[in-house]
Design a protein around this ligand. Structure first.
Ligand code: SF4
Length: 393
């Protein structure tokens, strides 16, 4: 698996203690960094398209991938898909115990089940035994939607929904534990942020299984991202959560980027470049929006290979460097020229039209020496050249 440079920061957030669960080559829980997952949006039966999507997601940092398993044809593709990818695969199973058993046979690394959808206890026991035998984890995924269906009223206040989700989860935990199966990860998702937060909070004190966080059916961009950031942000800041998926009605790449950005924003992980830019005001001397848009585009091709770095783009040199003191490297605009600064100190004055070019050169000069693997550096050359060749706005 390609190594994505990242840092796990020492941080005042004290994480809830959760037992470590192995999913392929990734640990969820324990001291492991909070992992970022996504789900393929291709038809699983289209092996090539699915493999392409997974490999592209891995390139930008996705650590675990879930695939839908709607039918027997799809489940039979899992073994071949697994052969062509590097990250652990989770089979998403609904209703059919036969699909679950076949997915295990195909060598998936984890199952995601809503046990409430498996109608017979006998079938559930068969799945648990097969997972035990292959030593693979099961995520017990409780969704508010299915809990509502099982309860008398479909419209419950959010507090009651959380309670129902927790009760349902505890009910299934008892079944799994009766089979002495403890290779469990839990999720309690709702499209309602407060219900989700409350459910995880309640569950946190009741077991030590790791939690997969997510706001289900969060929606399109930016709404889905905002809902997910608020919900996941609250939980993560309370130390709750061991892996996450930001589910968005958007390309899966957006889910992965959002996952890392959420973790990065509260310093649970530091990953690639982080752009700090001012909102601009009447003092602004450069087109900050245009520069940031271009910079983001240029950095996106090399961001997953860059070590963490804070880059500032500030509209004026009077206040810019001071306001962006925490940045490693930055630029600030002046009337005809601007300044390049490092750690709040001015490095040099640069013509306005050369500002972005100088900034990218400085980022690469400062940070690429951290990449010790020369081969990796050489592999990156074309992408770096493209970034440096950027025409300034
Ligand atoms: Fe305004 Fe300058 Fe602050 Fe940007 S850095 S918001 S232009 S004062």
């Amino acid at each position: 698996m390609e190594k994505i440079p990242h840092k796990v920061t020492k941080h005042p957030i004290k994480r809830r203690s959760a037992r470590p669960i192995k999913v392929g080559n990734i640990i969820i829980g324990g001291d492991a960094p909070i992992s970022v997952q996504s789900m393929t949006k291709t038809d699983t039966r289209a092996i090539d398209a699915t493999v392409r999507q997974i490999n592209s997601l891995e390139k930008i940092g996705c650590e675990i991938i879930r695939v839908a398993v709607p039918d027997i044809k799809a489940v039979k593709c899992l073994g071949e898909i697994k052969k062509q990818i590097n990250i652990p695969v989770v089979a998403d199973i609904h209703f059919s115990y036969k699909l679950a058993l076949e997915a295990i046979k195909q060598g998936v690394d984890k199952l995601r089940l809503n046990p409430g959808n498996i109608s017979s206890q006998k079938h559930l026991s068969m799945i648990i035994s097969a997972a035990e035998e292959k030593d693979i984890a099961i995520r017990i995924g409780i969704n508010a939607g299915s809990v509502k269906k099982n309860s008398k009223s479909s419209r419950k206040p959010s507090g009651q929904n959380s309670k129902l989700m927790v009760e349902e989860c505890l009910k299934y935990l008892r079944i799994f534990e009766k089979h002495k199966f403890y290779n469990i990860i839990i999720s309690l998702k709702s499209s309602d942020v407060l219900s989700t937060v409350e459910a995880y909070r309640q569950m946190a004190g009741k077991c030590d299984y790791p939690f997969h966080l997510g706001i289900t059916e969060a929606g399109p961009l930016p709404e889905g991202l905002i809902k997910s950031s608020v919900g996941l942000g609250i939980l993560l800041s309370e130390g709750i959560g061991d892996t996450l998926r930001v589910s968005l009605t958007a390309p899966p790449e957006e889910e992965v980027k959002a996952g890392f950005q959420i973790l990065q924003s509260i310093k649970l992980r530091e990953y690639g470049p982080e752009i700090i830019s001012c909102p601009t005001c009447g003092r602004c001397k450069i087109d900050v929006i245009k520069i940031v848009t271009k910079l983001k585009k240029q950095l996106s091709s090399i961001s997953s290979t860059l070590p963490p770095i804070k880059i500032a783009v500030m509209g004026c040199e009077v206040n810019g460097p001071g306001e962006a003191k925490e940045a490693d490297i930055g630029i600030a605009g002046g009337k005809t020229s601007g300044i390049l600064f490092c750690n709040g100190k001015i490095v040099k004055r640069v013509k306005k039209e050369k500002l972005v070019e100088e900034l990218i050169s400085k980022i690469l000069e400062e940070r690429l020496h951290d990449i010790s693997d020369i081969k990796e550096f050489k592999r990156l050359q074309p992408e770096i050249k493209e970034a440096v060749d950027l025409k300034s706005p």
